[in-house]
Write a new protein. Sequence first.
Length: 286
Amino acid sequence: MTITRKQAENIATVLSEGLPYIQKFYNKIIVVKYGGAAMTESFLKESFARDIALMKLVGMKPVIVHGGGPQIGEELKKAGVTSEFINGQRITTKSTMKVVKKVLGKNINKEIIKLLKKHGGHGLSFNHEEFKIIKASKKHNKDVDLGYVGNVSRILKTPLQKALSSDYIPVIAPIGLNRKNDFLNINADSVAGKVAQALRAEKLILLTDVKGIGDSKNDLISKISLRKGQKLLKEDFIKGGMTPKLSAALEAKKNGVKSSHIIDGRVPHAVLLEVLTEEGVGTMIS
Ligand SMILES: Nc1ncnc2c1ncn2[C@@H]1O[C@H](COP(=O)(O)OP(=O)(O)OP(=O)(O)O)[C@@H](O)[C@H]1O
Ligand SMILES: [Mg+2]
C-alpha cells in the first residue's frame, strides 16, 4: 500500500498524540466486553481484533469477554428451538444450553482467537472446557424459572493472571459452573464486570450496538456519576440488555475499577478511540 506524504504525516501525528495514553495504560489491565454489532459485521470484527493486538503490543493488558446473543438465536432457529426472554435474559433449557455451549464456548471463542492471531495477537481460550474460572449459582426469578441461567459467584483470577504474565490475551466465554457441576448461561456484561473487579482492572469497556445509554428521548448520556447511574437503573427507559450492562458498569466502578464505559461498537476502532484519545464514544461512568 502506498500512501501520500500528507497521509504519512497524519499517521505520525496520530501515533505521537497517542503517546501519553500508551504511557498511562502501560501494563494496565483493560477488560473489554465484545458483543453486539461489532461481533456481527466482518470489517468491525477485523478492526476490533487489530485494536486489541495493537493495545497488547504497546504494553497494555487487554482481556476479552464475549457475548453472542444474535448468534445463539440463529443457531436455535436452525435447530427449530424457540426461546423466550425475561428482562433481557434468555430462558435456558437443557437443549438451549447445549447450543449456548457450542456457540459461545466453541464457535465464537475460537473465531476471536483466530482473528487475534491473524493480527499478531496470542489469545488464550477461557471457555467452559478450559480453566473453568467462572463459579456461578443459579439465577432466581420470582415469576418464571429461567432454567440454566446463572449469576457469577466468584472469578478464579490466578489462571487469568498467569495468562497475562505470559503475554496472552485471555478470551472468556460467559459460561459458569455451579456446585452441582451444571453449566450456566450468564450475561456477558456481568461476567466482564466481575472479571474487571477480580483483576482490579484500570478500565472496563462494554461494546454495544447503540451509541451508548440513551435517555427518555433516546439522546446519548455521555457522562454519569455513580450516584446518578444508580438512579438511572430504576428508570423504565433502561431496559432489556442495557440493564445488566449499566449494572455491571456501575458495580465495577464502585468496586475499584478506575473507569467504566459503554461504547458504540458500530464505530470502527471504537476501543482504540476510547483508550487512545480524549474523545469518548459512548457513556462514561465517572
Ligand atoms: N436506555 C437505553 N439506551 C440504550 N439502549 C437501550 C436502552 N434501553 C434498552 N436498550 C437496548 O439495549 C440493547 C443493548 O443490549 P443487548 O444485550 O441487546 O446487546 P449487547 O449486550 O451489546 O450484545 P450481546 O448481548 O449480544 O453481547 C440496545 O440495542 C437497546 O435496544
Ligand atoms: Mg447483552
